[in-house]
Design a protein. Structure first.
Length: 605
């Protein structure tokens, strides 16, 4: 893949940081009085930061004083394929018995703390019951997403048929492990414009790409640029928690980027990509060369085109500031949400206890109809109505009326007039790829970037990932799809990084998403577009159900509420390459209750 990706000889560690126009002239000092690697220096030149300014990294081998050891069970207490939480005094461990061998791991998923003992054990890995992340039971390594960190792996000893686990006290308390990562070694102190990897977009795809490169030993420059003013954060959480602050949403602290030499350019907009000369041009005129490029620009929300669309207090939720502003305006007042998709419904659910009234306007007959089907959509709609949300379906916004420039009323095409102090618009998004139109990088008719299984665009050395791409979905006969899921962006970012390093990885993850409303979690796995039947198991009225979405004779997606870990079990079956037929749904439910995954993940049909 070129000499720039061979490991350079050890030299003095240096990082180069080039910052955008808005931050020029600013300078942040560390506690030692030296410039921080995240500090911005004016005039487009680079500033170098040396190794002694880096944060110390934890020692990988704990001292004996930091360890605790306990006998936790008899070898016959667990059957093959069983998992159990065991107590070591300083914390719990997940004990796994698989093929006659015992493994001890962290017991909580590092993503959001799900108890892995309630997850799915299959094919040498455990899958999280909440969001589908997978961890190798032999190493603790994260193998499928979402999330950034892996599990700690602890020592297991068998003596006289007794199972003893030895673990670090610190690891027991942390419950997460960041993989060993390379650091930036810059072979030249004078190249202010050159770089090796440029990543456009600092969402999940961009961040995972940068981290994967470091995890795989890449020690040259990585520059991560974003239109946002914040370091990478969990944007998917904004509509679920409107009061969340940037520091609460941050995926990594700023010290992380400093320690591993991942250079951040915030409020930096790329306006042109010159693929012939391998150069990106920013809005302020700054130019940055690259050897490899990842495009992960995400999407831009659609806005209303009706009369009065420019009045104040009408929002799309894109930043923590947007979300916080909506909440302030909605407290004790009237809120209107346009769009009954995931973002709109999450916002409506969150505002019910804060606002005086919450109204939802939607063109479809029921919420989530195209995604979850009529019956599930109606059940969820009833849940919202029971929480005093008012729906105005099969209509659109005709006009936004203002008083003194601020929103006062939302007029619908059905002639209804809604009192509104704030309006949130969630009517979809379009790929933010306009800056690529003259670049030679292929875009499809909708503006998405087509990539192959390796996340490679039509231009060698240029990769793309995240919401702005279409890619071949392996288990749906390589159908080219766009799946704007948080989990999918993670997976694509990793595959792109692996292929920048010539590892020939292919995207093969099973799509997995979730939402939370009124304290209830809906989980979904697969790709259900084009489903022609829905098989419901459980009770929709009680909101305890599993919905299997089928096309022809095959299950192509599943959704559930209050039925964990059924969605993770389906995801694991699909990931194994086995199809689930319509006639097998009841048998699947029966086997899933017993916890026996041997039949479910057997290959073939």
């Amino acid at each position: 893949m070129g000499g720039c990706f061979s490991k350079p000889k050890p030299v003095e560690l240096k990082i180069e940081v080039v910052l955008p126009e808005k931050e020029r002239g600013k300078e942040e000092l560390s506690a030692s009085g030296k410039g921080s690697p995240l500090a911005y220096q004016g005039n487009g030149t680079a500033r170098h930061f040396h190794a002694e300014e880096r944060l110390p990294t934890p020692q990988p081998y704990p001292s004996p004083q930091d360890c605790v050891e306990a006998t936790v069970c008899h070898v016959k207490d667990l059957e093959n394929g069983q998992m159990r939480e065991v107590e070591l005094g300083w914390g719990k461990v997940l004990l796994v018995k698989d093929n006659g061998e015992f493994h001890a791991l962290g017991h909580k998923c590092p993503h959001y703390g799900a108890p892995l003992v309630k997850g799915v054990l299959s094919r040498g890995r455990v899958r999280c019951p909440w969001h589908g992340a997978c961890f190798n039971i032999s190493t603790g390594d994260l193998e499928d997403f979402p999330g950034l960190d892996s599990l700690h792996k602890f020592q297991v000893k068998i003596e006289k048929e007794k199972v003893t686990v030895r673990a670090s006290k610190q690891a027991l308390q942390l419950q997460r492990r960041t993989k060993v990562m390379a650091k930036c070694i810059s072979p030249s102190a004078g190249h202010s414009s050159g770089t090796n990897v440029l990543i456009v977009g600092a969402g999940a795809a961009g961040l995972v790409c940068a981290e994967t490169l470091r995890q795989e030993g890449f020690s040259d420059r990585i520059v991560l640029c974003t239109l946002d003013r914040h370091l990478p954060y969990d944007r998917a959480k904004l509509s679920k928690s409107l009061d969340a602050q940037p520091e609460q949403l941050a995926l990594r602290p700023k010290e992380f980027f400093r320690a591993y030499g991942i250079e951040m350019l915030t409020e930096a907009q790329v306006v042109t990509v010159d693929v012939r000369n391998k150069k990106a041009v920013f809005k302020d005129g700054f130019k940055l060369e690259y050897s490899k490029l990842l495009l992960a620009p995400g999407s831009s929300p659609k806005t209303l085109t009706c009369k009065g669309r420019d009045v104040e207090n009408v929002f799309t939720i894109r930043t923590p500031e947007d979300a916080n502003h909506v909440l302030r305006l909605a407290r004790g007042r009237n809120a209107v949400v346009v769009g009954a998709g995931f973002l709109g419904m999450e916002v409506a659910a969150y505002l019910t206890e804060k606002a005086h009234s919450v109204s939802v306007v939607e063109l479809e007959e029921t919420p989530f109809r195209r995604f979850l089907g009529e019956r599930v959509g109606r059940a969820l709609m009833k849940m919202f109505e029971n929480n005093h949300v008012k729906f105005y379906m099969q209509t659109e916004v005709l006009e936004l009326r203002a008083q003194e420039g601020k929103l006062q009323e939302v007029v619908l095409k059905s002639s209804k007039v809604l009192r509104a102090d704030v309006c949130v618009v969630g009517i979809g998004a379009v790929p933010a790829t306009g800056f690529l139109r003259q670049s030679g990088i292929s875009l499809d008719s909708r503006g998405f970037i087509p990539v192959n299984k390796m996340m490679q665009t039509n231009i060698p050395g240029v990769f793309a990932a995240g919401d702005a791409v279409t890619f071949p979905l392996a288990w749906r006969n390589n159908r080219k799809v766009n799946i704007p899921h948080w989990q999918m962006a993670h997976a694509q970012g990793r595959v792109a990084a692996q292929n920048m390093l010539a590892q020939e990885a292919e995207i093969n993850t099973v799509p997995y998403l979730w939402t939370a409303m009124f304290g209830k979690s809906l989980r979904y796995a697969g790709y259900g577009e084009g489903f022609d039947d829905v098989i419901i198991q459980g009770d929709l009225e009680e909101l305890k159900f599993v919905a299997f979405y089928t096309k022809g004779d095959e299950v192509i997606a599943v959704a559930s509420m209050n039925y964990d870990p059924i969605v993770s079990k389906v995801a694991e079956v699909l990931a194994s390459g086995r199809a689930i037929r319509k006639r097998e749904v009841e048998l699947f439910m029966l086997h899933s209750k017993t916890g026996d995954m041997s039949w479910l993940t057997g290959r073939g049909s």
